[in-house]
Design a protein around this ligand. Sequence first.
Ligand code: ACO
Length: 420
Amino acid sequence: LKDVRICAIHVVIPSLYVDQTDLERYDRVFEGKYTVGLGQKQMGFCTDLEDANSLCLTAVSQLIENNGISYSDIGRLEVGTETITDKSKSAKTVLMKLFEASGNFQVEGIDMTNACYGGTAALFNALSWTESSAWDGRLAVVVAADIAVYAKGNARPTGGAGAVAMLIGPGASLVVDRGLRGTYMNHVYDFYKPDLSSEYPVVDGKLSVDCYLTTLDRCYESYLSKCRGGDVGLNRFDSFVFHAPYCKLVRKSLARLYMNDFVHDAGGKNENHQHQDWADAEKKFTEPSLLLASRVGNTYTASVYSGLASYLLSVPPERLPGKRIGVFFYGSGLASSMFSIKVVDNGCLSGLIINLEKGVKRLDERTRLTPEQFANVLEFRQKSLHRAPYVPVGDRSQLFPGTWFLSGIDEMHRRRNFDL
Ligand code: ACO
């Protein structure tokens, strides 16, 4: 298949959140540090009732249901996550539980694990399968899910949680540009999880931000070197979706691309946008993609696809066809890529948007907890993470309908998941 597309996107948002202004007061930092300095409004989080596996189960089951397809229509299922719940047993194998009733066990794909980059690696695998001789004509599903939690300190307000599931196949509205990818990978200890019994990373925050911005330069350079003719700078794009550890970094990233264009613009091709008002540029390129990042926080492997979902919902549907969206992804350790998506109007766009709204409307249905309650939940998660046998104590009545949750872990560490 030559024309591989994203046919549908479904976003899963935690039912609980903490407000970042409340957190500023609780952490006794100067007013505005999290809300202005990091650009965050709220942060989603999960109790011990949810883990990366249950987020994946919720995302995939709701994607299939909302789009009216059968589990037997799926020929490949890719999971992108940086959470290794059962280490040698993948989240993909847990998801096969959903396929049992359909009798479809012929489903390729397995987990792609790396800080934040796993979701993009999973997407690239699904695209490659669909373009290859191994493709059997069925759809691929990509799901990215993580719970981003940090130890007490500077990094904690940049947490979040969530999942995004995507359907990949022919004939849809989001076309992934062929042959246009920039990638940069290297060995750096900026963020990693050497303690397998803890959800918290060891993080060198400043180094990770430096790495993010440096790899952005490299990926942009590599992506642009593959463009033939026409615009070879930001003018190529109508919007840019960046991996969003926090919203301020996304704004800095846009500025960085402008700087790159300025430095490389020997022929003056990008004169128009160099003279464009900065506020207008931010409004056009990044603001529409920050809805979920600002109100849910970092979702690690799902982050950039939450940004894509936010963009698609923030622009009036009639203005979407013809738009080209740049996508940049950074994973610590480090792994980064840039690619682009073109929106086409083939009659499928309105269905995609309607289904997308079903997940995102949950933003306004969440329960706001206090920073004390949030801190207690995190402390409890940390203490109980690998206990067996174990029965979660979180309040099921706070979960959204249709959510898969962890009902218990037995003495052999076997996890039981059910849906509400
Ligand atoms: N009002 C307004 N702005 C403020 C205020 C205030 N009261 N106080 C501080 N600020 C600004 C600072 O000037 C700074 O702005 P700048 O970035 O434009 O310089 C910003 O808020 C952040 O403040 P710092 O003191 O620099 O940040 P801090 O040391 O608290 O840590 C960091 C920030 C490093 C991002 C930390 O939250 C972290 O480690 N996060 C996790 C790592 C991360 O997200 N890495 C990114 C890529 S990797 C990944 O996705 C995990």
